[in-house]
Design a protein around this ligand. Structure first.
Ligand code: PLP
Length: 392
């Protein structure tokens, strides 16, 4: 047996050869409209910190206060000795924000999906996901050991057909992103819920990119499409994007939350969210509700950015949310464009398979409320130059 019996080095070489090798890049400073790499400043079009709350004084202040009051970690799982007043306050605030009876916080959004889905469905059940659902949803569906099916992206009729063909499943759960993380488009939530309701299925909506961003008061995707929260629609969200912290949550009925508290392994067998992160998220929810100007600024920048890219004739995957991907298709070309952008002082990642389907590589740009209008205009001028030189 050699020193690499699993063939890891060869697997890495294969990835390199296919242009799929991934590495981490060290960025300096806070997640803000600019970032620095090796001392050079870039416009940051790669952050999910949509409202700039990771550095908002109220959010930072709340985290600092919690740090002093509770220390750095919760020290135990929630069910043992890690359930603190700050967690309780956060869950109460999340339930009110999502207009549900209750909410349950997990250490990450990934774990919220994993915990909820594996608790709700298992062998003998059926779980169905949009083909472009986030990896955490897909992983949870697989791990659940329920029968797992996918429907083509956003295709309500194919979902209806899958549900109509269902035989003998005990429980049926449909899962979808509200805003698709690599496409930026919106799921047809009212139509999905109509079909689910007609077939006694529940719908889990991953609102990771919707909460704090979508809807007249920032409550998220349901508010955006005018759907009232209801039993049977399970709202999942994350505290790591617009809320600028870390953590995930499920919002729903008291019974659902009590059930998950008793059965969701990703909730039970892990240490509680660190108190400063919980306090930051709680403050962020308040900021979202009390400072609507931030959301208005985000949408003004979003309109400016999508209009500018559209005028340049670039093929946008969608223009409905602050996630604005430019579809290029070929992986090598996409990575070359990402390099050219970086050369021009713009940081926007190339997204390749397997994160997106084969032949659908893209540059993913995201705008923030805290981007200045002028700096986005400057970036559009630089992108126009790349287009004219045939580099994009
Ligand atoms: C749609 C979606 N769901 C879930 C997650 C996971 O959330 P978290 O980063 O809080 O684990 C993400 C992003 O990471 C996401 O984009």
């Amino acid at each position: 047996m050699g020193s690499d019996p699993f063939g890891l080095a060869a697997a890495l070489d294969e990835r390199r050869a296919a242009g799929l090798y991934r590495s981490v890049r060290r960025v300096e400073g806070a997640s803000s409209p600019h970032l620095a790499i090796d001392g050079r400043d870039y416009l940051n079009l790669a952050s999910n910190n949509y409202l700039g709350l990771t550095t908002h004084p109220r959010v930072v202040g709340a985290a600092a206060d919690a740090l002093r009051q509770y220390g750095t970690g919760a020290g135990a799982s929630r069910l043992i000795a890690g359930h603190l007043a700050i967690h309780e306050q956060l869950e109460t605030a999340l339930a009110a924000f999502k207009q549900t009876e209750a909410a349950l916080v997990f250490p990450t959004g990934y774990m919220a999906n994993l915990g909820a889905i594996t608790a709700l469905v298992g062998p003998g059940d059926l779980v169905i996901a949009d083909r472009l659902a986030h990896a955490s949803l897909i992983d949870a569906c697989r791990l659940s050991r329920a029968t797992f099916r996918v429907y083509p992206h956003g295709d309500v009729e194919r979902l209806r057909a899958l549900l109509a063909r269902r035989r003998g499943a005990r429980r049926t759960l449909v899962v979808t992103d509200s805003v698709f993380s690599m496409d930026g488009d919106l799921a047809p939530l009212p139509a999905l819920w109509d079909v689910c309701r007609a077939h006694d299925a529940w719908l889990l909506v991953d609102d990771a990119h919707g909460a704090g961003v979508l809807g007249a008061t920032g409550r998220g995707a349901l508010e955006h499409v005018g759907m009232a929260p209801t039993d049977g629609v399970i709202q999942m969200g994350t505290l790591s994007k617009a809320f600028g912290s870390l953590g995930g949550f499920i919002a729903g009925s008291t019974t659902l939350i009590e059930y998950l508290r008793n059965t969701a392994r990703a909730f039970i067998y892990t240490t509680a969210l660190p108190p400063p992160a919980a306090a930051a998220a709680l403050a962020a929810i308040r900021v979202v509700q009390e400072e609507p100007a931030l959301r208005q600024a985000l949408w003004a920048r979003q309109a400016q950015w999508t209009d500018g890219l559209t005028r340049l004739g670039l093929p946008l995957v969608s223009n409905a949310t602050p996630i604005v991907p430019i579809l290029l298709g070929d992986t090598a070309r996409t990575m070359a464009v990402a390099q050219a952008l970086q050369h021009a002082g713009i940081y926007a990642p190339g997204i390749r398979p397997p994160t997106v389907p084969e032949g659908a590589a893209r540059i993913r740009t995201t705008v923030m409320a805290t981007h200045a209008a002028e700096e986005l205009d400057e970036a559009l001028v630089k992108i126009a130059a790349l287009v004219h030189r045939g580099e994009l």
